[in-house]
Design a protein around this ligand. Structure first.
Ligand code: URA
Length: 236
C-alpha cells in the first residue's frame, strides 16, 4: 500500500495532507525516514512513526478507553466535552465510534472501533453480551431490592420487565450488576425502580474483558487479539 494511502486510511488527513506529511520527512519506519508518498509498504504488522510517535497499522482499529465522568459519548456532544477530545484526532477522522454508550457521569470500560461488523455483533441483543457494572447507591441495599434486580423489574414507560440479571452484594451501598441488555439509562432506572438511587456507576467488564487496573481514567489502549477473544467469554 502506498504511504499516502496508508496514512489517509489510518486517519492522518486527506490524501493531499498525507502526501505533504511524508514529503516533509515526518513519516518513518524502523528509524528510516521515508519521504516518497508513493512508496509501497506491506501494511500488515507494520509499525510506523509520525513525528515523534509510533503507530501500529490496523486495517480496523479497536481501542479501550477508561472513560472518566463528565464526558459525552455522542459525536455531537451538547453539555460536556466529547470522549473524542481524550483521543488522538486521527481516531475521529478514521471514524471510530463507541460500541454502545455510557452516560456522561458513568465511568469505566468503553470500546471504540471503526469495525462496523464488530459494533453490530457486540450490540446485537441476540448475542446477550454481558456488561458488568459496579453500582454505588444512596440508600442501604436490602434483600428485597437485590431479589427484584435479579429477577427483573419494570421500568417506567416500558411494559417489558428487565431480563434476569446477576447481582452480587458488596457492601451496604455497593453491588455488582451484570446485564445482558442495554436499555436507555438501564442501571439508573433499575435502581430507581426498586426505590434506590445511583450515586456512582462504573462499567467493570464487557464479556470476559475487564477494565485494566493499570489504565488510569482518561487513558486508552489498543485491544490485542487476546482481548478481542475475551469479549465473547463470560465475565470472570
Ligand atoms: N446504565 C446506565 O444507567 N447508565 C450507563 O451509563 C450504563 C448503563
Amino acid at each position: 500500500m502506498q504511504i499516502e494511502r496508508l496514512l489517509q486510511q489510518q486517519g492522518f488527513g486527506t490524501r493531499k495532507e498525507c502526501r505533504a506529511l511524508a514529503r516533509q520527512g515526518r513519516f518513518a519506519v524502523g528509524g528510516d525516514i521515508l519521504d516518497d508518498p508513493f512508496q509501497d509498504l506491506a501494511p500488515e504488522g507494520l509499525v510506523f512513526r509520525v513525528d515523534d510517535r509510533d503507530w501500529p497499522y490496523f486495517a480496523k482499529a479497536v481501542i479501550l478507553l477508561h472513560k472518566p465522568a463528565g464526558f459525552e459519548c455522542s459525536r455531537k456532544p451538547r453539555h460536556h466535552p466529547g470522549i473524542h477530545t481524550l483521543l488522538p484526532p486521527q481516531f475521529l477522522r478514521r471514524g471510530l465510534q463507541s460500541i454502545g454508550r455510557l452516560d456522561e457521569e458513568t465511568t469505566g470500560l468503553l470500546l471504540l472501533t471503526d469495525d462496523g461488523a464488530l459494533i453490530h455483533a457486540l450490540s446485537s441483543p441476540r448475542r446477550k453480551v454481558k456488561k458488568r457494572y459496579r453500582v454505588t447507591v444512596r440508600h442501604p441495599l436490602d434483600d428485597v431490592q437485590l431479589a427484584a434486580l435479579s429477577s427483573g423489574v419494570l421500568l417506567n414507560d416500558d411494559p417489558v420487565p428487565t431480563l434476569p440479571a446477576e447481582v452480587e452484594w458488596r457492601d451496604a451501598h455497593t453491588l455488582l450488576l451484570t446485564l445482558t441488555e442495554g436499555r436507555y439509562h438501564q442501571v439508573r432506572r433499575m435502581l430507581g425502580a426498586v426505590g434506590n438511587r445511583v450515586e456512582a456507576l462504573c462499567r467493570m467488564a464487557v464479556g470476559g474483558l475487564t477494565l485494566p487496573a493499570d489504565l488510569p481514567e482518561g487513558q486508552w489502549r489498543w485491544l490485542t487479539p487476546a482481548d478481542l477473544e475475551q469479549l465473547w467469554e463470560h465475565p470472570a
